[in-house]
Write a protein that binds this ligand. Structure first.
Ligand code: NAD
Length: 313
């Protein structure tokens, strides 16, 4: 399908990736509506040219959401809770799957059949690397990963009952301007507080693939315009990885600092963290797309971009 002249609804469009996506779609000539509850997004990230609906997708009725889907050609469903609520052990799973159910019910009411979904490398759990799309069994180790896998299942099932076309993107770690609550901004903030010492979660040897948000958007649009199976599942990442120690070194270097590194210990940053991740991107390559930046280059560029945002405050 062609997205550039379409009507597109972006859930989570006030967030990190969603706001970049909305800007890109508008620049390409699309009409864009954003639905976001601003729980982790910001109203000032919503482009002026986009229509904005402030709504909580865990509680909005499907028919109310369907009103905003009239005439829409494609839904980009990005809204998701990325944060663990310790008071609600299954809260993240319930919230994310409820949102997806509501989006699917609303699409059915409005006769919208095309949806792009932002899944995650976390569906694979601790899998051999590089991990291809057809790796099995899928055994996520976090409620977040479980919610992404459950959503993929809902979308797949729906293609058979409602003739949907689904583009299912399993992202590596995406970085760039506006990223917050992740390792790069976390290290920047810690070093701004204490330039002498940086505390690193785990042992620093966690090693993952980082993809710049511009490459992430290019890859999604490339796939949507070329892949037309009922369910199109693609990993989006880089061929290389960056260790947490390396990220710390890049951030310190960009800030002109030489801090001591201290470690909280253990081989992962937190319970449910997959310490090593690298996705196979051969399927994406076969469709003619390669990332323009390596993982290290993506991390360095994002560090510069985020530092510039902190300087502007
Ligand atoms: P983000 O938190 O910046 O964006 C998500 C947006 O969804 C936020 O603006 C938030 O306010 C909104 N949202 C959350 N709950 C909502 C609700 N109940 N109703 C309406 N809106 C709600 O996250 P992001 O990094 O931009 O991620 C976008 C998508 O990509 C998510 O689905 C995420 O799981 C997925 N993803 C991201 C990464 C990454 O590295 N950033 C990796 C893998 C997958």
């Amino acid at each position: 399908m062609t997205v550039s002249d379409g009507r597109i609804l972006v859930t989570g469009g006030a967030g990190f990736i969603g706001s970049h996506l909305a800007e890109r779609l508008l620049a390409d000539g699309a009409d864009v509506t954003i639905v976001d509850d601003l729980s982790n997004g910001a109203a000032d990230r919503v482009p002026d040219a986009a229509e904005f609906v402030e709504a909580d997708l865990t509680s909005i009725a499907a028919d109310a959401l369907a009103d905003h889907l009239e005439g829409v050609d494609l839904v980009f469903h990005l809204a998701a809770s990325k944060h663990v609520d310790t008071d609600r052990p299954h809260g993240q799973f319930e919230d994310n799957t409820r949102m997806t159910r509501t989006v699917l019910e609303a699409m059915a009411e409005a006769d919208v059949t095309d949806i792009a979904y932002t899944s995650s490398s976390t569906v694979y759990g601790e899998a051999p690397r590089p991990t291809p799309e057809d790796y099995a069994p899928l055994e996520p180790i976090s409620a977040y990963g479980a919610s992404k896998l459950a959503d993929e299942g809902l979308l797949s099932a729906r293609t058979h009952s409602h003739d949907l076309t689904v583009w299912n993107f399993r992202f590596a770690n995406v970085v760039g301007p506006r990223l917050r609550g992740a390792v790069i901004p976390d290290f920047i903030e810690k070093l701004q507080d204490d330039p002498e010492t940086l505390t690193i979660l785990g042992n620093g040897r966690q090693e993952k693939s980082y993809l710049h948000v511009e490459d992430c958007l290019d890859a999604m649009l490339h796939v949507i315009e070329r892949a037309d199976a009922a369910v199109n599942t693609y990993n989006l990442g880089t061929r290389t990885t960056t260790s947490v120690d390396r990220i710390a070194a890049i951030v310190a270097d960009e800030m002109g600092l030489e801090p001591d590194f201290e470690y909280t210990g253990g081989d992962r940053g937190w319970t449910g963290d997959v310490p090593k991740m690298r996705l196979s991107i051969e399927k994406l390559a076969a469709l003619g797309w390669e990332p323009t930046r390596s993982s290290d280059e993506a991390v360095r560029r994002a560090t510069r971009e985020i530092l510039a945002e902190y300087d502007d405050r």
